[in-house]
Design a protein around this ligand. Structure first.
Ligand SMILES: [Zn+2]
Length: 428
């Protein structure tokens, strides 16, 4: 009836990616970050007390992950120094139910944001609004230092780098305030908060070079920063965040997609459920790596399908204006259309095919006149409104995958992206 593996090979054969461009991602990430104004600051300002932050033990006690959730008594619990609180389980989440026999799977689409600083561009606000309007939940991968004031930068001891160093700018005090506000609202609206880790180190001495222990230190320091912003900022007029980071954060995306192998080993001890740090192949139904769901950025049909491009703004930037964030304005309309077309081609391929989830990962940026943001807006409007489409967070997708029969998932994974099928043979 079906020979999935044969078909898969057949569809994979014509693939022509642009490997140097994808492999060059890390370099471009750094270059573009610099051009975009994220100035690397490496000199320590001063010495600060470390009582409230810094590295914790490598095996945090308490409630990482779902399994240790306690029944909620209906009362808000202030946690730690008052930076965070527990206000009960998040509401409005996708109800994860197993597929019925013969049922066609929903089309999941995940929009995810790396960094999640609520800066002057107000893009965090914008995408919260979009999520609400289009009945979507999104994943915001918060960078830990975005809740650490510059004056306290020495509390961060990055692996293989000097104390207080980071490859991106520390936030202004004002942006810490706006980010806190957006994080709280985003969570209350059903969005997910994950992590983009701290110092955004790529290339030599970056995440790809870190040991398991060094990744653990980076993760511990993420928690320390985001759970102690009240002490570190001295802000007295801001309410605690309405969630507990230990319960909320169950996955992340490594800067420049580097270092997944050791990161996975490190992350397991925190009860994390997925990782979004790899650069994947075609859109295939997800599988687990090291016991965690692997949600890669995906190769989408690009430039009329001549080759496949990675589903991330950096990769479009690399292909269209050689990584320059201010390319020729005359070409913006063309590039914007090309980007939207690639996303839509990727979407249509699976929507009418295997129904494998579509993952899109972007930054809050304004490159090439903001065309990549406009493209994502267009895609959100187009896809989240379609029949059977569920625009969800990575955690919601993990929930859904976790309740499916393993044999169903196994069969789904044999499908090519564009391969529609007789669903009664897949879902039994
Ligand atoms: Zn990043």
């Amino acid at each position: 009836m079906k020979s999935p593996s044969g078909r898969r090979r057949k569809a994979r054969a014509p693939r022509r990616t642009a490997p140097p461009r994808i492999l060059g991602l890390a370099v471009l990430l750094v270059a573009a970050s610099l051009v975009a104004g994220y100035l690397a600051l490496t000199r320590a300002d001063n010495t600060e007390p470390t009582a409230s932050s810094g590295t914790r033990g490598n095996t945090p006690k308490g409630s990482a992950g779902q399994s240790q959730e306690e029944p909620w008594d209906g009362k808000t619990k202030i946690l730690g120094d008052g930076s965070t609180s527990y206000t009960g389980p998040q509401t409005g989440e996708l109800k994860a139910v197993p597929l019925k026999p013969g049922e066609k799977p929903p089309q999941f689409v995940v929009f995810s944001w790396d960094g999640a600083l609520a800066g002057d561009d107000e893009l965090f606000q914008h995408y919260r609004k979009m999520a609400k309007e289009y009945d979507a939940h999104m994943t915001f991968f918060l960078t830990g230092i975005y809740l650490l004031p510059k004056s306290k930068r020495d509390l961060y001891a990055p692996p293989q780098h000097k104390k207080g160093a980071a490859a991106i700018s520390f936030p202004t005090d004002e942006h810490i305030r706006t980010t806190l506000e957006q994080l709280g609202k985003a969570w209350q609206e059903g969005n997910e908060i994950g992590t983009h880790f701290n110092g955004h180190f790529c290339g030599a001495k970056g995440g790809g070079d870190w040991s398991v222990e060094e990744w653990k230190s980076e993760i511990d320091q993420f928690y320390a920063m985001v759970e102690n912003w009240k002490t570190n900022t001295g802000f007295k007029d801001i309410a605690p965040l309405p969630f507990d980071f230990k319960k909320e954060v169950t996955g992340g995306r490594a800067p420049c997609l580097e270092g997944q192998a050791n990161l996975l080993k490190a992350a397991k001890g925190y009860g994390w459920r997925y990782d979004a740090s790899s650069a994947g192949d075609f859109q295939i139904w997800p599988t687990k790596k090291n016991g965690m769901w692997d949600f890669p950025l995906q190769a989408l049909p690009y430039d009329g399908g001549d080759y496949q491009g990675l589903s991330m703004d950096f990769n479009f930037l690399a292909n269209q204006s050689d990584g320059q964030v201010d390319g020729d304005p005359a070409r913006y309309p063309e590039w914007e259309k090309e980007t939207t077309d690639a996303y839509m081609a990727g979407f249509n391929r699976v929507y009418y095919g295997s129904r494998a989830p579509l993952f899109i990962g972007n930054h809050f940026e304004n490159w090439n006149g903001g065309i990549y943001m406009k493209s994502v807006d267009e895609v959100i409007k187009n896809v989240c409104t379609k029949k059977d489409v569920k625009c969800v967070s990575f955690r919601e997708l993990s929930d859904w995958l976790d309740v499916q029969k393993p044999e169903t998932l196994q069969t789904l994974r044999t499908l090519d992206p564009a391969q529609s099928t007789d669903w009664s043979t897949v879902v039994k």
